[in-house]
Ligand binder design. Sequence first.
Ligand code: GLN
Length: 451
Amino acid sequence: TGAYIKEMEGARALNAYVLETADKAAEMAKASDARLQKGEGGPLEGIPLGIKDLFCTEGVRTTACSHILDGFTPTYESTVTSQLWRDGAVMLGKLNNDEFAMGSSNETSYYGAVTNPWKGKGEDKALVPGGSSGGSSAAVAARTALAATATDTGGSIRQPAAFTGTVGIKPTYGRCSRWGIVAFASSLDQAGPITRTVRDAAIMLKSMSGYDPKDSTSVDQPVPDFEKALTGDIKGLKVGIPREYRVEGMPEEIEKLWTQGIDWLKAAGAEIVDVSLPHTKYALPAYYIVAPAEASSNLARYDGVRYGLRVEGKDITDMYEKTRAAGFGAEVKRRVLIGTYVLSAGYYDAYYIKAQKIRTLIAQDFKQAYEKVDVLLTPTAPSDAFGIGEKTDDPLSMYLNDVFTVTVNLAGLPGISLPAGLSARGLPLGLQLIGRAFDEETLLRTAGVLE
Ligand code: GLN
């Protein structure tokens, strides 16, 4: 822990941490040592972690990197983090993220952008670490945390993992409790780890998973020993290659990476099957209706009365308006406006209901594919890490970065991104595996072979 605290303090220029809790870490590490000496160590005993600022941590400021949650200190601990502490892990601090997890580059945070520890060959410009879990991916890539918690609503675990050469797994919807995690789009949000290796991801995921009666969408399924799934044997495994993911304008090097991944799996004894997910092209538009709709409802609670920031006004309505005007950033406001619009009486059928129908069709596409194959292989993102500021004026091109990841959330399936090579600029590229619901074991086993 001491060594990691030093690394964390030495890497402040990355802006990965929005709050360092070195004293708490030292205290937790001491308790950990005492347990180990008594032979009572848990599976994560003494492991120093960074926690995305979306997870409520008792007595430790939690803001979702929004101004509107200024000074909010929860009186409770999220279920996922409490399970990590139960197993002996140590908290180094709270990690930066896009405001309310809305973004793909970690540039919408009230606390400023995070810098990717990677730089392009011969390039000097600062790159984004992906988002929304950019603090998590940067911290793990820069070795300032052994692993980190993250959340994924449309790709926020997998895309930042791809941009930083780390491993990120988004489990099946319902696998990890959402209780105590600041809500963005409740029917899509899932917690998961960002780690250096597939084995670390398996160990972290086991600790984070499990049924929680406090989350009504938590699923009562036994939690397997994910580490045991890493047998290295994928002989006879059927791997689907969804042809609709060969999107127009995909850079050649991404295409090549994908082919490389196919070859690796073939060499390991897997059978490659061409599959079709015909409704893929509707996923992005459907996601950018469903996610803002749920966000506009979830964010209604930030009224200046219950949490964080309050800007006084001449009456209560004026106070609400002034607080929300000052407290939310531009991207969050954009989402609230879109969400309110698509849920409004006149447009509900045309947008929201239609998006829900598309969601069902996308889930059915996957279901049909899984009658033929065990797992799907795709790229994680259509590009390598882009420059800070490069896409901030063009939200649409930012949203397009999520093209390969949002389908998985819409269908509630598990997905993992693992580092698979470098781009021509010398930057990490990720491959994504998508599995059947509650079959994270096959995902991890296959990822272990590709690693
Ligand atoms: N980039 C997507 C968005 O902005 C996904 C974010 C996430 O997964 N939290 O909504």
